[in-house]
Design a protein around this ligand. Structure first.
Ligand code: HEC
Ligand code: HEC
Ligand code: HEC
Ligand code: HEC
Ligand code: HEC
Length: 177
């Protein structure tokens, strides 16, 4: 054992690692598990299960305007379209109504996100045979609260591209625009 007399290089390496550790603790950058993730705290307890049971289609709330990259989260107008009458005396619905009258968006916590510099198009993927929302987001219609239950890592993207004969060239998803 030579702990008593570590070389200069060892000390430098240890200092470097210690500083990395301190930085990540201070700035909260310890790697978060990408999947599965626990459900984030939401400002309003919204249940997909309850709404799916009332036969509200996914795209009623999640419109995907051209070019189709993003699925929008519903504005409060969409909620109030039903809730100005349905359950309007509920305390939670009154919170939704308050956001609406103040013309504020409900600050929903994100569940599925990839970095901005990765290309992804919802509409093109939904058009692939055999692919549904559940392929990438799990059985949303059965959930009261959403958590990231499906893998959307680079590996997961590439696994499906391999199976479906879609391109796995780096520029497909990392177009240097
Ligand atoms: C009545 C409106 C409504 C309907 C219908 C609806 N959603 Fe949602 N969805 C929301 C709201 C509000 C949120 C944000 C709160 C949450 O995450 O639960 C959300 C969140 C999501 C998210 C996570 C978004 C993120 O920020 O990462 C996914 C994925 C999703 N919905 C998929 C679906 C699918 C699939 C369906 C159909 C089975 C569906 N939704 C139907 C309102 C709706
Ligand atoms: C197509 C109509 C429709 C839309 C749009 C809709 N809801 Fe609902 N919502 C319902 C129905 C129906 C119920 C169940 C009412 C019941 O239990 O009798 C409900 C129940 C709820 C409840 C439970 C209320 C309680 O106290 O039991 C919440 C919270 C809720 N909705 C939030 C939302 C939010 C937030 C949005 C917008 C993102 C939204 N809803 C959009 C129809 C709708
Ligand atoms: C091939 C996989 C895949 C399919 C199929 C898919 N999604 Fe997504 N979804 C993703 C990825 C990846 C993200 C993160 C996108 C980002 O951060 O730009 C995401 C994000 C979302 C979001 C958050 C807002 C956004 O666009 O970032 C919602 C809402 C959503 N999806 C709803 C749906 C609905 C509804 C369907 C079915 C109509 C669906 N998704 C089908 C992979 C998919
Ligand atoms: C369930 C299978 C599946 C998954 C998961 C999947 N893809 Fe794809 N993707 C495809 C198929 C199939 C095509 C070819 C579609 C076509 O040619 O119309 C494609 C095409 C693409 C394209 C080229 C078309 C365009 O949008 O310009 C990009 C970029 C892309 N995928 C990015 C991603 C990323 C990023 C992920 C992971 C977050 C992902 N894909 C996950 C099946 C998948
Ligand atoms: C089918 C889509 C797709 C293809 C093809 C792809 N990537 Fe990625 N890549 C992603 C996604 C999605 C992420 C973001 C993952 C995350 O942060 O959740 C990513 C992240 C990265 C990162 C950041 C480090 C990391 O792991 O988060 C690097 C570096 C990278 N990709 C390099 C490459 C190279 C090099 C190639 C070609 C061999 C390539 N990618 C091909 C989808 C793709």
């Amino acid at each position: 054992m030579s702990i008593a007399t570590p070389s200069g290089d060892t000390i430098a390496a240890m200092r470097f690692l210690a500083s990395l550790f301190a930085t990540s603790v201070l700035f909260g950058q310890l790697p978060e598990p990408k999947f599965p993730r626990p459900a984030p705290q939401q400002p309003i307890p919204f249940s997909h299960k309850l709404h799916a049971a009332k036969s509200v289609a996914c795209v009623t709330c999640h419109t995907m305007p051209p070019p189709g990259d993003f699925a929008r989260l519903p504005k409060t107008e969409v909620c109030m379209g039903c809730h100005s009458t349905i359950k309007k005396d509920s305390v939670v619905i009154q919170k939704v109504a308050a956001f609406h009258t103040q013309q504020k968006r409900i600050p929903w916590a994100p569940v599925y996100r990839i970095p901005d510099w990765v290309s992804f198009n919802h509409v093109k993927h939904n058009a692939v045979e055999g692919v549904t929302c559940a392929t990438c987001h799990g059985p949303v219609a059965e959930q009261d609260t959403l958590h990231r239950e499906k893998d959307i890592s680079m590996q997961a993207c590439m696994d499906c591209h391999r199976v479906k004969n879609a391109s796995n060239d780096c520029q497909t998803c990392h177009d240097p625009r």
